[in-house]
Write a new protein. Sequence first.
Length: 343
Amino acid sequence: MKQNLFTNRYTGIISAVFLAFLITVSAQGENIRGEIAGAPQIGGTEIVFHPEDIIIVYSGTIPAFQEGLELRLEIPEALNRYQNSFALLIFRDITPSPSPENRSYTGTRAYMRLLPSRTSAFIRIPFTENHGISSDAFTNVLPVPVSPEQFPLLITILPVMKGIPDSAFQQNLSISVVPLWKDEGSLSVSVANPSGNPEEVINITVDGAEVTPGEDSILSAGIHRVRISSSHAPTVEKTIAIEPGEELTLNLPLDYRPPEITVSIPEGAFILLDGEAVETEGSLAVLETAPGDHIITYSLGNLEVNRHFTVRPGGKVKIKLIIDIEVIDVGEGQGSEYGVGDG
């Protein structure tokens, strides 16, 4: 049976005093011995190890919205038979730097709990005192945060009782590490193809609030509405979803195609658009024009009709001349008994 510095310290039945000791976070350095079994990458695959092996967890480069780590431990059923016999320990401020050649380390204990009698355990590690990380029936949160400067962490499973057979030390556990994100993210919105026209006015809003193009806006995780309006192009609207911790960049193009006017031309009619004659060989004319206010004039014989209208950027307008005759029945006493117009 394997032995280590913890094995000789704890004997017999676990007492209430010992359980209280497990919960206490050590403020002094302790010696840890063991062989490094691996260093799981954050968000990577699991690492398989045995009791008394050492696992090293590095913080890596911490993104802006990451507020901690979660250790996911898979426990073989065979170890459940040895209830209250093994403890999970986490150490910070490790010296010397972990390497395969070193088997002896010193570190400050940040966490120690009896291995639960189930097949999995989850331990969450916050980076700061002010965090939104919570626990549940299957998840514990470290009572003290571990700052990035206190990484790497050393994790091991050690016996706390005598009489454990050697076969228990050959059981395979596995561990993986995932990031914990704040319930928010960022969004940057810009225009992919600005016209460069000094007269163009572009306005970008997110959920109705104006934002600066290209600058990050901090948003809660969830659904948001993006709107880009331009004095020279049609408005662009887009619904997006921000995941916790996501840093999203939108580079949206505007459609600068000129507005299009389709004019219906009755036979024999003469048409002016903003005072310029509209020439066509058929009954329809498709014209490109600038956005803004315009005037169309129809001349048909002695009839002349003018109409002012506005074209939006990138818009499409159809115009046709409607000629009608209005007949009004003014009622009894204002015409002959046979009706209006009867002589």
